[in-house]
Ligand binder design. Structure first.
Ligand SMILES: [Zn+2]
Length: 107
């Protein structure tokens, strides 16, 4: 069984990649080097900046856990998902856990 997963950088800009922070966690910009003062040291090594939306793959100030497990969405995508899942009554609305992953000081 292979434990080392191939890192698939979907967004490549100035040499940095996007990493999933933990199993089922949000995506976040990650880099070996500190690209700018926005980047903060990451405990597991390297530096991290903004979170990245699972849906549109755009960097976002904060991402929210979507109804579908393991998916982290930015504001607009979360809205869309919410409108999408309408019709199942208030249960769907309650399932939308507006859980901010935190901004990590990435302003
Ligand atoms: Zn998005």
């Amino acid at each position: 069984m292979k434990t080392k997963q191939p890192l698939r950088p979907s967004v490549r800009k100035s040499g940095n990649a996007v990493r999933r922070m933990w199993e089922g966690g949000p995506l976040r910009q990650w880099s070996e080097k500190r690209e700018s003062s926005k980047w903060i040291p990451y405990a597991a090594g390297g530096y991290v900046a903004q979170y990245v939306c699972d849906q549109c793959r755009r960097p976002s100030q904060g991402v929210y856990r979507a109804i579908s497990p393991g998916k982290w969405l930015c504001g607009p995508c979360k809205q869309r998902e919410r409108t999408h899942s309408r019709g199942t009554g208030h249960a769907a609305a309650a399932a939308v856990a507006v859980e901010q992953a935190g901004c990590g000081g990435a302003e």
